[in-house]
Write a new protein. Structure first.
Length: 118
């Protein structure tokens, strides 16, 4: 029974890792579009937007999220960071933000539910 649970959590971790890599990639694409003009980079791109990739680009993005889930609080840290970005995206209008950040948030919430149910 425990092996099934570990496999399910490992599968959810792989799904979250894929969403995390996609969200980081999409965010870099957004920043590259904003950087095409110095005017948009200076005035339309707020400081929090420039900080998103570095705040999400942690070892769990390209290593094993499954190992990070075993440590207490690590999943909560990532979920809080993603929630902060999503809330900031909701407040800021006028830019076409990547939808992959919302997908990442939903997959992380699902992973957290599976970890807690274990």
């Amino acid at each position: 029974m425990e092996n099934y649970s570990d496999n399910r959590i490992r599968s959810s971790c792989h799904n979250c890792e894929r969403h995390l890599r996609l969200a980081i990639s999409d965010w870099y694409h957004l920043l590259s579009r904003l950087a095409l003009s110095s005017e948009t980079w200076l005035y339309d791109c707020e400081w929090w937007m420039k900080q998103v990739p570095s705040s999400l680009d942690m070892p769990w993005a390209f290593e094993s999220l499954f190992d990070a889930v075993k440590r207490p609080g690590m999943l909560d840290v990532l979920l809080v960071k993603v929630d902060e970005v999503c809330l900031a995206m909701d407040r800021h209008e006028g830019l076409d933000f990547p939808k992959s950040m919302y997908e990442l948030r939903s997959s992380l919430k699902l992973l957290k539910k599976e970890v807690l149910d274990e």
